[in-house]
Design a protein around this ligand. Structure first.
Ligand code: ZN
Length: 218
């Protein structure tokens, strides 16, 4: 089954993709992860991408599309895949249709207050980068990392006022993409305002209802 996951920052899309990728035995393809890896390897692509990332710019469509096209050609995508972080523009969505036929688009949603709570409670260790949450995953000693004793801080991007702005940007950017998939009748909205396990269970139910679980040969 060929799937695309869509959802605002902080919705937990990456976690759902990771879980479902294990259960369904299909790769979780995150363009963000691919770019980070290439930058680390200092590959030709990595060098190209780094220029944009460093300036806080979006990587141009033609580069992203090429990367996804190459990735989807790999053997492990034979039974399907989960795309996370792509498409990010309507142009990319249309390009994806030229590369392959997407079976299902899962659109994860939750109330704005929930998302703000999730993101703004996030704390990161200055020393080792470990991630905590003041409510859902608190450190043993407030403000201190369990692993290395480092100081925990809140990223500028995770402050409530910045989160509100990011969510607005998300909505504006993704509205055309969501409409596009709605029109194609392959978009299903998933309530992500619950525990990870319940969200994953719901996704599996949707796949079953769509008859996608059988076709993968599992
Ligand atoms: Zn630490």
């Amino acid at each position: 089954m060929k799937m695309v996951f869509i959802g605002p920052p902080g919705i937990g899309k990456g976690s759902y993709a990771t879980e479902l990728s294990k259960i369904l035995k299909i790769p979780h393809i995150s363009t963000g992860d691919i770019f980070r890896e290439e930058i680390k390897k200092e590959s030709e692509l990595g060098k190209q991408v780094k220029k944009y990332v460093e300036k806080g710019l979006l990587v141009p469509d033609e580069i992203v599309i090429k990367v996804v096209e190459n990735r989807l050609k790999k053997e492990d995508c034979r039974n399907g895949f989960i795309l996370d972080g792509f498409p990010r523009t309507l142009n990319q969505a249309k390009a994806l249709d030229r590369i392959t036929d997407i079976d299902l688009v899962l659109n994860f949603t939750a109330p704005v207050e929930t998302i703000i709570g999730r993101i703004s409670g996030r704390r990161i260790c200055r020393k080792c980068g470990a991630i905590y949450h003041v409510k859902f995953m608190p450190p043993r000693v407030p403000g201190k990392c369990d692993k290395c004793g480092g100081e925990l801080y809140q990223r500028e991007d995770d402050k409530p006022e910045v989160v509100v702005k990011r969510l607005k940007e998300y909505e504006e950017t993704f509205k055309p993409i969501i409409d596009y998939y709605k029109e194609k009748k392959i978009l299903v909205t998933v309530n992500a305002n619950r525990h990870l396990k319940e969200v994953v269970k719901d996704c599996l139910k949707i796949l079953e209802e769509k008859g996608l679980l059988k076709s993968s040969g599992n």
